[in-house]
Design a binder for this molecule. Sequence first.
Ligand code: GLU
Length: 341
Amino acid sequence: MPFFKMNKQLIFAGLMIAFIINHGYSQTILNKQNIENALNDAFNKFKDLKEGKNADYIKELANVDPNIFGIALVTADGAVYTKGDITSMVSIQSISKVFTMAKVIEQEGSQFLQDKIGVNATGLPFNSIVAVEMHKGDKINPLVNPGAIATTSLIRGNDSIAKWKEIQKIQSDFAGRQLSINRPVYISEASDNLRNQAIAHLLLAYNRIYFDPVQATDLYTKQCALNVNVKDLAIMAATLANGGVNPVTKNKVVSQTTVMYTLPVMATAGLYDNSGIWLFNSGLPAKSGVGGGMLAICPGKFGIAVISPPLDESGNSLKAQKVIQYVVEKLKVNPYWIEPK
Ligand code: GLU
């Protein structure tokens, strides 16, 4: 064999070894085929799972079809992958808290959020009054009801109408289309949300709400009633995964700094009092809502979302957690899964 040819082969082999050492041969490449396989496998594996129960403390949610099951994954460069039901809409519920919080960070800065609301996880259920009382309205978290209602009250605007415009706009910008309210869900919750009103008034007693408590609760209830399909949720997640730029519309929605402060709150409090278990098993910042939606962010790579209304005891979609965890494992994208050098 001529020397230069042998040399070429040696160089190639050397490069391959260097690649394997550097990148870890077992790392799954995020290409079309692998993503589609992961979504298909997850869908088939969990489609017949019948555990969990729709939320029913908001009466209208009990009427949502429990068989809705859709998965969407949107990469940071805007490729959209879907499986199952991508047309059914559910109310966004608690997932909206992430984007209103992001708006407050964007407008006022992270220190402001930390001072006016707090960012430690309460470790208590999402609608806990004890959580407010325990710290006298201090140190509430933007991703559970007391902190979320107070966060809503911080959105700029002279009146409720102006504030609502801002809230609807930020949620829509993340989704890349104009989101609108699911009226029956809004009316159902608004006529029955005495507990959230009590929380808002207790916050007022501690000077920890920054707008009229009745109107702030109403704004919060409206934002929770925004209708989304699974693709909307995945695009919202992908916008965070892509440093604040919506990868589909290419619009900058929030800054990288805002994303940097948003994701840790999701990691520590995104799944109510089950957040620790979720993070332990997936490593990803995520958020669920009692409407049955859930999204998770794989920073720099993709956003993933699932809609399946039956919930576990903490209020998180059962199937969604299983699907996302499965996809994370299959694609080996848990950020704490580290290839030794
Ligand atoms: N609107 C719901 C409530 O305040 C949201 C709850 C949730 O999704 O966690 O009860």
